[in-house]
Design a protein around this ligand. Structure first.
Ligand SMILES: [Fe+2]
Length: 287
């Protein structure tokens, strides 16, 4: 796949763009831009994925909700019924939920009778209220280990807590691709206070799968099957003393003291892996 990667460039696009990322898996680059924290400008865009089955298709993530994703998919990719899943409920992955009736999330992202995780973070509700509150969709819950059958194609739900409490990846048995959302990413924002030991254990469990490659939500190219080893190495060698400041001047995030640590120096280095964390959460995540 030839996709030019320009770091920290907001082209102000208002249209979606899509490409075939693997057999029967379409990447949909959504409008909207995340500049990224600190010295790391990042790529800045968010990618949703559409996985085509025999009877229905799965849409993983709904972008910022600032454009008609449902209409774009129906016109350009598939008219199959869509099962909509959020890899987690951050606004760049759930903003377009209101375009659908039902959205599936992992059970740790919400408890029955409680608001979803996203709503509990001070400032985040305000930051995205107009897109999040703009519809009447309802959430249904998924459990780790569930196999979702699209008709001749099954995807496994892999709970990988860390980025958020209920972050998931989906493993496509047909292509052996792991669709990792923000759970496995060139730069994981570790914002939930989940202990690293839990995150590490989930990564190790994921390695039991015969993963051919990893498609993440914020990088247009596959990360490589060995990327999970790099993440584990990063966690195992983490030294808080060697972390560096990583401020993020975003609505709802400005003023939050963050630090980061990384493997490699530059974001476009093929081996680059980074984790950024909220400084106040250090004690919790080191448990
Ligand atoms: Fe994201």
């Amino acid at each position: 796949m030839a996709k030019k990667i320009e770091l920290a460039v907001d082209n102000g696009r208002t249209e979606f763009e899509h490409w075939l990322a693997a057999d029967g898996i379409y990447a949909v680059q959504c409008p909207g831009f995340l500049p990224g924290p600190g010295r790391l400008p990042g790529w800045g865009y968010v990618i949703s994925y559409v996985v085509i089955g025999g009877e229905k298709a799965m849409l993983i993530d709904t972008g910022f909700g600032n454009a008609d994703l449902k209409g774009y998919i129906e016109k350009n990719i598939t008219t199959l019924p869509l099962m909509v899943v959020n890899s987690h409920v951050h606004p760049d992955h759930s903003g377009g939920n209101a375009q659908f009736d039902v959205v599936y999330i992992e059970e740790h992202e919400a408890k029955p009778g409680e608001e979803v995780y996203f709503y509990k973070i001070p400032g985040q509700r305000a930051a995205c209220q107009e897109v999040i509150d703009g519809g009447t969709y309802r959430y249904e819950l998924l459990k780790d280990g569930k196999e979702i059958d699209l008709g001749g194609r099954k995807l496994l739900v892999c709970h990988i807590p860390g980025h958020t409490p209920g972050a998931i990846a989906l493993f496509d048995h047909n292509t052996k691709m792991l669709l990792s959302g923000d759970a496995i990413l060139k730069r994981v924002f570790y914002g939930s206070g989940v202990p690293f030991s839990k995150y590490r254990a989930a990564l190790v469990k994921t390695k039991e799968l015969p993963i051919k490659d990893i498609l993440s939500a914020h990088w247009p190219e596959p990360l490589g099957a060995d990327f999970i080893d790099k993440m584990i190495y990063l966690i195992d060698t983490f030294d808080p003393e060697k972390s560096e400041p990583a401020g993020w001047d975003e609505p709802g995030m400005s003023g939050v003291d963050m630090r980061m640590f990384c493997y490699g120096r530059d974001f476009d280095d093929p081996d680059f892996v980074a984790v950024s964390f909220i400084t106040d959460q250090l004690e919790k995540i080191m448990q």
